[in-house]
Design a protein around this ligand. Structure first.
Ligand SMILES: Cc1ncc(COP(=O)(O)O)c(C=O)c1O
Length: 390
């Protein structure tokens, strides 16, 4: 789909956008389903823009947001975020090529990943990306190229074991020396990323500062990157996880360590930018009596909303053709032959064939990872403007 004209972002809103399309009537959903099929996503660019505005308002003007393409590389998502000046974090050659095709490079493009081939590392360098070194073996293939590099560091966080990515603190001095001794490489900063929202950001800051003292003993690096893992509001927003809560953990640590000349802080929020911007809408095909409560079989699959975690706790609402009184509860099951494919449990009924079920906050690692097993991938429809879904 072609990108929509992007209105300038307004002042930072204070509340999380509600992407729930409460305005989607049965007639509108039916009309979309007739054109696009009985299972589709709705992307709301306004919700993604709002999340960017929240981050921008909470952090400093020079700090950078890089969007991890792996979270959801739907073209309208990338266009929406890049139009706001958000850069890209890519971990594969196809992602890198998408980003460079969209004009993203330099400090706005991080090439991360482990086990990249020499050709992949060189392609990233030649694209002008900032290449994040995951292991010392990433360095020799870059020799002789003019390339900005960062070093991914690994350190235990609280009782969490070290990860399988990056260079442990004990090896940072050697890795830094190797980078500095390699012709062409400009050693610009340090990177870390720890999956999961429980990986506390104050501990990340402490770890990065410890690595900074080792790798940049004389003058501060250009950037420190804390990776992603900011809470995406799934299944619901959690107190203490707003961008300003994260800024309150990170920025004072930087100021304490560096004074006013602090490195650029780089953030790689994935789920936090796009989870709330996607809703999955699917039609009820048949309603079956079951021993506990009826189950409504929908056209979509658990793979569409939770390919990885198999969660059944996403916010759900139903769009029914006949607006009778609420009655009973219904389980929502998928159309694949997987026996345990429950998308939601105990949804307020009744539901009838032809009705719709909407699953909210499914923008992260859902469409991107949904397999094409047994069916075509569900299409994404973009709201532009807010009441016009195409
Ligand atoms: C290097 C890196 N940065 C950022 C992210 C985004 O994480 P999240 O979606 O939890 O913010 C990932 C996800 O795997 C990642 O590998």
């Amino acid at each position: 789909m072609p990108p929509s004209p992007e209105p300038a972002p307004g002042p930072a809103p204070t509340a999380l956008a509600s992407p729930e399309p409460a305005d989607l009537t049965w007639e509108a959903a039916d009309s979309l389903a007739q054109r696009h099929g009985d299972a589709f996503y709705i992307f709301d660019p306004a919700a993604a823009r709002e999340r960017v505005a929240h981050f921008r308002a909470a952090f400093r003007p020079g700090d950078l947001l890089l969007y991890p393409y792996k979270t959801n590389p739907y073209p309208d998502v990338l266009d929406t975020l890049h139009a706001l000046g958000v850069g890209a974090e890519t971990c594969s050659a196809p992602e890198l090529r998408t980003a460079t095709g969209l004009g993203i490079t330099g400090e706005l493009l991080h090439s991360t990943g482990c086990g990249r081939t020499p050709q992949e590392l060189q392609e990233a360098a030649d694209a002008g990306a900032t290449v994040i070194i995951d292991h010392p073996s990433d360095v020799p293939p870059l020799a002789g190229r003019d390339v900005r590099v960062g070093l991914r560091c690994d350190f235990p966080l609280g009782d969490r074991r070290a990860s399988r990515f990056g260079v442990p603190l004990d090896d940072v001095a050697d890795a830094a020396a190797l980078i500095r001794a390699t012709p062409g490489l400009r050693f610009a900063g340090l990177h870390c990323h720890f999956p999961g929202t429980e990986a506390a950001f104050d501990s990340r800051a402490r770890g990065l500062l410890a690595a900074t003292r080792i790798a940049f003993p004389d003058s501060p690096p250009d950037f420190l990157c804390v990776g992603g893992g900011f809470h995406g509001g799934v299944p619901a927003p959690v107190p203490g996880t707003s961008p300003s809560d994260y800024a309150a953990l990170l920025l004072p640590a930087l100021t304490d360590a560096f004074g006013t000349e602090t490195p650029t802080l780089v953030l790689e929020p994935g789920a936090a930018l796009v989870a709330a911007a996607f809703t999955f809408v699917t039609r009820v095909r048949v309603v079956k009596p079951q021993p506990n409560r009826p189950s409504a079989v929908v056209a979509g699959s658990l793979f569409d909303i939770s390919p990885n975690t198999r969660r059944t706790d996403l916010p759900v609402h139903t769009i029914t053709r006949s607006r009778g009184a609420a009655r009973g509860e219904v389980d929502i099951t998928g159309a694949t032959p997987m026996p345990d494919e429950y998308l939601a449990l105990g949804v307020p009924g009744p539901l009838e064939p032809g009705d719709f079920v909407c699953f909210h906050r499914v923008g992260a690692y859902s469409w991107a990872m949904a397999p094409e097993w047994l069916r075509d991938r569900a299409p994404v429809l973009t709201r532009r403007p807010i009441d016009d879904i195409v």
